[in-house]
Design a protein around this ligand. Sequence first.
Ligand code: ADP
Ligand code: ASP
Ligand code: MG
Length: 406
Amino acid sequence: MALVVQKYGGTSVGTTDKIRNVAKRVARTYDEGNDVIVIVSAMSGETNKLVALAEEMCEFPSEREYDVLVSTGEQVTIALLSMCLQSMGYKAKSYLGHQIPINTDNASSRARIQNIGEDNIREDLKSGNIVVVAGFQGVDDQGNITTLGRGGSDTSAVAVAAGLSADVCEIYTDVDGVYTTDPRIVADARKIDKISYEEMLEMASLGAKVLQIRSVEFAKKYDVVIHVRSSFNDNPGTLVMKEDAEMETVLVSGVTCNKDEAKISVMRIPDHPGIAADIFSPLTAANITIDMIIQNVSKEGFTDITFTVPKGDLKKALKIVEDTATTIGADEVSSDDKVAKVSIIGVGMRSHSGIASKMFSTLSAEGINIQMISTSEIKVSCVIEDKYTELAVRVLHAAFDLGNGQ
Ligand code: ADP
Ligand code: ASP
Ligand code: MG
């Protein structure tokens, strides 16, 4: 007997018929003699609707109430799935985050899981229950409901698998696994059989939304092997696991894109020690994550800084940066939200040169201008005009021979 954790994403529980399909799969795993914990997301589109409602209500909703609202989608699906399992003759029990409890810090809308209470789950499993847990949510030390950031049910699943030392952690979604790029952009994309935590971390943080970044961080930290697979068939999916020798032979494993960032430029800043801290500290204090940063070489005592922030934070960030610019005597602040970031990722890059220049020449052959560049040991990212995103992904995917060759 194994302890199996299965997570079903929004598209897998998007209708009552789909929930019936999930119930059958869960029941099959249980009938094979396993203990089963199921984590579910809200029905597809529901969380977006809740976010839109909050925005309709006021410009800057209270963070506490925002989490109370957006966490409700998962309450619907845990109840529906449990009802369905019970109607099929199984013992099932649903849990909200605070009932487990899934304890988090108090960073509303981006909370981090700190620990998971095991007792309730263990007791239910022992008495033959299938345990159904609401993904995406937890509770802080004051008893407030928190949420884990968009796509957070993946993290709930991996955290539960780690916390209860599960034997198997399966993330069921609407594609067969992790592909060399988003299969909705490139039909020729190839499913990857196994991928290292490091590459998956980069893919997730650079736009492949198939797994939330934190779920991969968690899996890496606690050595959880994640099996990403489809809820609509029985095909083997992708194993996200420790790097092995075979993985290093692949130069580039994947291409990603991200249209969720916007660019801010601060021009003609009087250049002296401390200006970067002056600009970025207030943004950090406001919980705004900065991604790429470029500072130009100083000329006649002045410099320019350009950086990217999540699009959703652009309004808030601009207001802060404009205030700072006035204080430090910078000339002008401008922004552009019509940008996208395309990236190539691969652990094989560590031992090979020429990958970045091949990326640049591939983009330039299509007349795509590169606005910003950032690199790490295993990735190269370029910010480009967003209208070229899909084209850039397709040409890079082809240039690095990632397709099925169909
Ligand atoms: P779920 O609702 O199951 O959590 P998501 O929509 O969050 O599913 O993630 C699955 C989607 O991720 C796929 O439908 C696919 O379009 C997208 N995706 C983006 N990049 C990749 C990739 N490299 N491999 C697989 N899927 C990807
Ligand atoms: N329902 C949440 C979202 O849409 C969490 C998840 O799907 O993982 O972001
Ligand atoms: Mg998801």
